[in-house]
Design a protein around this ligand. Structure first.
Ligand code: MGD
Ligand code: MGD
Ligand code: SF4
Ligand code: MO
Length: 692
C-alpha cells in the first residue's frame, strides 16, 4: 500500500492496448474499489466497464484458492484439494522424469492473461529453458502485424496516441476502439470535436463504425488490396511527398509498379465496395498530412494479414504524413519500450545454447501438436503441457482438436489459473494463481508510451501464489539450484528494461517503483526525419530481408485461404465469411464468468445480413447452427445491416461451458497460419448457417 495515499497503485494487467493506471481502495484486507488514476495521462481517470468491476473478479466466490488434483475424467472438471507440497511433488516428479528422458516432450503454453513482464515471461521461461523444454511461438494474436511492421519500419513502432487528437482525418482500420481500445476513442472524439473526419474500415458495423462519419465495409481479408488501391490513386494523381519518399523510403519505383496493377476498378471487385469509395478515400487521405491511421489487429487475422499491415504502413511514408505528429500509423507502440528479454527469460539457460535450439511449437496449431505429434511427420510426442496466462480450450482455433488433445489420457497437464476455465477442466494439477492486486509486476503498453509498475494491494487470496512463486516452488521440489530460478519478483522487475536506453533519461527501477509510471522520452513525430529501425534505416517498401527469405519483397494482396477467389469449391459449400471479434464486456475469454458482465452480453449471438437470413429462412431471434467441416456452434441470430452481405459475426470469446451448447466460435476457426509471422487466421473462416 502506498504510504502517501489511501489507495494502492496498480496497472491493469489485461491484454488491451490501454494499460490503465488503477487506484485500489482496500478495507480490512479486501479490495473494495478499483478506479482509473486521474493523474495518469493515458488513463484520464477512466477504466472500462470490465475492470471497474475488478473487485468482483478478485473476490469472486469461485476464485481458485487451493491446489487441486484431478479425480474425475479429463474435461469433467472434478478435483480434490491437496497441499502445495504435494502439488509441487507431483509436478516435480512427472516433469523431472520427462525432462531427463525427452525434455522437448514438455511444452509450456501461455499467452497474455497478464501482460506483466514478471508474471508473464520471467521465472516461467527460465524454468522451461533450464529443462530444455520445447519453446512456444506466441503467435495467437499479433504476430502477422508485428512481422508486417518489422519488415516495413524495423519494429512495432507507431504514432503517439496523444496526437490523434490533432488529426484532421482518422482512418479507424480493422479496429473497434469503443470495445477494445477505449482511451484511443477518447482521443478520436477530441479530434472529431475539432472538426476531424473519422472513417471506419470494417466489414462489420461495429459500435465504433456506427459512430464514425463514414463506414467503409470491405470483405474480410481484403485490406491489402484496399491499401494498394489507395496507393494507385495517390500515385496517379500525384498526391505524394516526393522529398520524403526520396530521403526516407526504400523501393519506391518497385512499389509504384506493384500499386499500378491495383486499379480502383480491380480493388472494388476484390473488396466488394464501390470504385468511387476507394478514389474518394485516397483523395481525402492524401489531402492533408495530418492524416492518421489507427490500425488494429482485427485486419491481420487472415491469410494476407502481414502483407495488409505492410501495405497500410507504407501509406504515411508516401504522403509524408509522418512529418506531422498528428500524422502516421499506430498499430502497436510496444517496440518503444526497451524491454530486456534476455535478462527476463535467460535463453542462455537452455542446455547446449546456442548450438542446441529446442523445437518451437506454434501455439495456433496446438490442436495438431497435441493430437498428431508422435507420428514420424510431426516430431516427438508432447507428454506434458503446462498452461498459464491462457485458456486454450476456449481461445485456440479448431477447438474440437484442441479439446481432443487435452483429453489425451497420456498427457500430463498442469494449469495455473485464477478460475476453473474450460482448460482447467482438463488439468491433472490445477494450481491457484494470484491476480494483479496480489502480486508485483511491471508493464509496457502496446497502445501508449508509458512503462508502469504494479505493486501488490492485498495479500494473496486463499493459498493462491504468483506464477513466479509457483515455478520457483516446482523448481525447488525438483532440486534445481540455478540461482536465476529463485530471484524474487522485485529482482526480476528491476531487470525488465534496459535502463541505459535514452528513452528513460536516467530513470531506473527505483524511480518506476516510486512513481508508478514513467513516460518514455520519444520524439513527438518519431519518423519526421526518417529514423526507421530497418536495415536501410528507411521505411522499406521493398524489403531485402523478405526477398532473402524467399518471400515477396513488396506488399501485395493475398486472397483469404477460405474465399471464393482462393477456394471456390469450399466457398460453394460454405458461402458465408465468419469473423468472431471481441465482445465489449469480455476480454478474450476473461470476464465471461463474471455474472454482471456476462448478463450484459446475454447469450451467444451471430449477426447476419437480412439478405443472407432471408435466403435461409432465418428470422431475427431464431436459434441457428453455424457450421463447416471443422465443427459447429449454436447462437441466436440477430438480423440487421450491421453485417455486410456474405458476413457472419459472432462476438467472442465465450467460455464453452457457459454457452448453452457447450461450444463457441472456435469450433469453426482453422489452424492455418498467416503469410508472415505464423499468426492465427481466426477471421479467415467460411461457414454455413441454418435454423436450428
Ligand atoms: N472489450 C474487449 N477489449 C479487448 C479485447 C476483448 O476481447 N474485449 N481483446 C484485446 C485483444 S487480445 C486484442 S488483440 C485487441 C483486439 O482488438 P482489435 O485490434 O480492435 O481487433 P478485433 O477486435 O479483432 O477487430 C477489430 C475490428 O476489426 C474488424 N475486422 C475483422 N476482420 C476484418 C478485416 O478483414 N478487415 C478489416 N478492416 N476489419 C476487420 C472486426 O469486425 C472488428 O470490429 O483488443 C483487446 N481489447
Ligand atoms: N474466435 C476467436 N478466437 C480468438 C480471438 C478472436 O478474436 N476470435 N482472439 C485471439 C486473441 S487476439 C488472443 S490475444 C487470444 C487470447 O487468449 P488468452 O491469452 O488465452 O486470453 P484469455 O482467454 O483472456 O485467457 C487468459 C487466462 O489467463 C488467466 N490469468 C490472468 N492472469 C493470470 C495470472 O497472473 N496467472 C495465471 N496463471 N493466469 C492468469 C485468466 O484467468 C484467463 O483465464 O485469443 C484468441 N482467440
Ligand atoms: S482492459 Fe483496457 S481499458 Fe479496461 S482497464 Fe484494462 S487497460 Fe484500461
Ligand atoms: Mo489479442
Amino acid at each position: 500500500m502506498n504510504a502517501r495515499a489511501e489507495y494502492a497503485r496498480a496497472a491493469c494487467p489485461h491484454d488491451c492496448p490501454d494499460t490503465c493506471a488503477m487506484r485500489v481502495t482496500v478495507e480490512n484486507g479486501r479490495a473494495i474499489k478499483v478506479s482509473g488514476d486521474p493523474d495518469h495521462p493515458p488513463t484520464q481517470g477512466v477504466l472500462c466497464t470490465k475492470v471497474s468491476r475488478y473487485a468482483e473478479r478478485v473476490h469472486h466466490p469461485k476464485r481458485l484458492t487451493q491446489p487441486m488434483k484431478r479425480v474425475g475424467a479429463k474435461g469433467e472438471g472434478r478435483f480434490e484439494p491437496i497441499s502445495w507440497d504435494e502439488a509441487c511433488e507431483i509436478a516435480a516428479t512427472r516433469l523431472g522424469e520427462i525432462a531427463q528422458r525427452a525434455p522437448e516432450a514438455i511444452l509450456p503454453y501461455s499467452y497474455a492473461g497478464t501482460m506483466g513482464l514478471v508474471q508473464g515471461d520471467s521465472i516461467a521461461q527460465r524454468f522451461f529453458h533450464k529443462l530444455g523444454a520445447s519453446r512456444l511461438d506466441r503467435t495467437i494474436c499479433a504476430a502477422a502485424g508485428a512481422a508486417g511492421l518489422r519488415y516495413t519500419y524495423g519494429a512495432s513502432l507507431g504514432m503517439l496516441t496523444e496526437y490523434f487528437a490533432e488529426s484532421e482525418v482518422i482512418l479507424i482500420w480493422g479496429a473497434n476502439p469503443i470495445a477494445s481500445n477505449l482511451h484511443f476513442w477518447t482521443r478520436a472524439q477530441e479530434a472529431k470535436r475539432n472538426g476531424a473526419k473519422l472513417i471506419a474500415i470494417d466489414p462489420y458495423r461495429s459500435l465504433t463504425a456506427e459512430k464514425c462519419h463514414q463506414h467503409i465495409a470491405p470483405k474480410p481479408g481484403t485490406d491489402g488490396a484496399l491499401a494498394l488501391g489507395m496507393m494507385h490513386v495517390l500515385i496517379t494523381e500525384d498526391r505524394l511527398d516526393h522529398d520524403y519518399i526520396a530521403a526516407y523510403t526504400h523501393g519506391y519505383e518497385q512499389l509504384k509498379a506493384r500499386a499500378l496493377t491495383y486499379t480502383p476498378a480491380r480493388v472494388a471487385r476484390i473488396c466488394g465496395i464501390e470504385e468511387a469509395t476507394i478514389v474518394d478515400l485516397a483523395r481525402l487521405y492524401g489531402s492533408t498530412r495530418k492524416a492518421s491511421i489507427r490500425m488494429n489487429y482485427g485486419l491481420q487475422r487472415v491469410r494476407g494479414g502481414g502483407n495488409a499491415v505492410r501495405a497500410i504502413a507504407c501509406l504515411p511514408a508516401l504522403t509524408g504524413a509522418w512529418r506531422e505528429r498528428a500524422g502516421g500509423v499506430l498499430l502497436s507502440s510496444s517496440g518503444w519500450a526497451p524491454v530486456d528479454a534476455n535478462a527476463l527469460q535467460r535463453p542462455d539457460l537452455i542446455p547446449g545454447w546456442p548450438k542446441h535450439q529446442p523445437r518451437i511449437v506454434n501455439m495456433n496449431q496446438i490442436g495438431d501438436a497435441l493430437t498428431n505429434m508422435g507420428d514420424a511427420e510431426f516430431g516427438s510426442k508432447i507428454e506434458a503441457i503446462v498452461v498459464y496466462n491462457s485458456n486454450p480450450v476456449a481461445v485456440a482455433p479448431d477447438s474440437a482438436k484442441v479439446a481432443a488433445g487435452f483429453a489425451r489420457a497420456d498427457l500430463f497437464t498442469i494449469v495455473l489459473e485464477q478460475f476453473q476455465t474450460d482448460t482447467a477442466d482438463y488439468a491433472d494439477l490445477l494450481l491457484p494463481a494470484t491476480t494483479q492486486l496480489e502480486h508485483l509486476d511491471v508493464h509496457k503498453s502496446y497502445g501508449h508510451t508509458y512503462v508502469m509498475a504494479n505493486l501488490p494491494a492485498i495479500a494473496p487470496v486463499g493459498e493462491a501464489r504468483p506464477n513466479t512463486e509457483i515455478f520457483r516452488s516446482i523448481a525447488r521440489a525438483m532440486g534445481l539450484t540455478e540461482p536465476a530460478l529463485f530471484e524474487s519478483d522485485e529482482e526480476v522487475a528491476a531487470q525488465a528494461f534496459d535502463w541505459s536506453d535514452p528513452a528513460f533519461n536516467g530513470a531506473g527501477w527505483s524511480t518506476l517503483k516510486d512513481k508508478a509510471w514513467i513516460k518514455l522520452d520519444i520524439a513527438d513525430a518519431p519518423f519526421a526525419n526518417g529514423g526507421f529501425r530497418t536495415p536501410t534505416g528507411k521505411c522499406e517498401f521493398y524489403s531485402e530481408a523478405l526477398a532473402q527469405a524467399g518471400l515477396d519483397p513488396l506488399p501485395d494482396y493475398l486472397p483469404p485461404y477460405e474465399s471464393a477467389e482462393h477456394a471456390p469449391e469450399l466457398a460453394a459449400r460454405y458461402p458465408l465469411a465468419m469473423i468472431s471479434p471481441p465482445a465489449r464486456n469480455f476480454l478474450n475469454s476473461t470476464f465471461v464468468n463474471v455474472e454482471s458482465l456476462r448478463a450484459t452480453e446475454g447469450e451467444p449471438h451471430v449477426d447476419l445480413n437480412p439478405a443472407d437470413a432471408a435466403l435461409r429462412n432465418i428470422a431475427d431471434g431464431d436459434q441457428v447452427r453455424v457450421f463447416n467441416d471443422r465443427g459447429s456452434m449454436r447462437a441466436r441470430a440477430r438480423v440487421s445491416e450491421r453485417a455486410r452481405e456474405g458476413l457472419v459475426v459472432g462476438l467472442s470469446i465465450w467460455w464453452k461451458k457457459l454457452a448453452p451448447d457447450g461450444r463457441n466460435a472456435n469450433e469453426v476457426t482453422s489452424q492455418a497460419l498467416t503469410d508472415l509471422g505464423g499468426s492465427a487466421t481466426f477471421y479467415d473462416c467460411l461457414v454455413e448457417v441454418e435454423r436450428a
